[in-house]
Design a protein around this ligand. Structure first.
Ligand SMILES: Cc1cc2nc3c(=O)[nH]c(=O)nc-3n(C[C@H](O)[C@H](O)[C@H](O)COP(=O)(O)O)c2cc1C
Length: 144
């Protein structure tokens, strides 16, 4: 069975909320990158993060840069942003440079000032959880 981990980076708490809801559903602890989680033999890594001025947090980018090639096989991005247009492009690029396959990315709306006020709401979180369950289900079926 594939080993799954969930990490997140957050400025205003949305990514934490999303990551913890996903973690509860998958029985996996959601870990803040600020605690410098050590990743070993990970088959599937969920990376939950917000977007600020079109970019991911430097803390997250540095974490991904320092990931050990070969210790993570596949990644999935869960992106919290207000425009619903921005993605974790820099994170994706860094992962691909390391040969870590990015399977999918979901955008989960998150409020910023008056934009998307009230998000992520219950429904947004449910959508992210269902997405995570779908991907984790496929991962657990995977035979290598
Ligand atoms: C300083 C700042 C800059 C932001 N810039 C963007 C942006 O460029 N594009 C976007 O879609 N959302 C932007 N947002 C909205 C955040 O991506 C959104 O609130 C997200 O849910 C934050 O995640 P977090 O609570 O995990 O930090 C910005 C938010 C802040 C606080």
């Amino acid at each position: 069975m594939g080993k799954i981990r969930i990490i997140y980076a957050t400025k205003t708490g949305h990514s934490k909320k999303i990551a913890e809801a996903m973690g509860k559903a998958l029985y996996v602890k959601a870990e803040n990158v600020s605690t410098r989680p050590v990743l070993e033999d990970v088959d599937l890594l969920f990376i939950v993060g917000g977007i600020y001025g079109g970019e991911s947090l430097p803390l997250l980018l540095n974490f991904v840069k320092a990931l050990d090639r070969g210790k993570v096989k596949r990644a999935v991005l869960v992106t919290s942003c207000a425009t619903k247009k921005h993605r974790q492009d820099s994170v994706r690029k860094l992962l691909q440079q390391k040969g870590i396959e990015v399977l999918d990315e979901i955008i989960c709306p998150g409020s910023f000032l008056f934009i998307r006020f009230g998000h992520p709401n219950k429904r947004d979180i449910e959508e992210a959880v269902n997405f995570a369950l779908r991907i984790a289900g496929k991962e657990r079926e995977r035979v290598e």
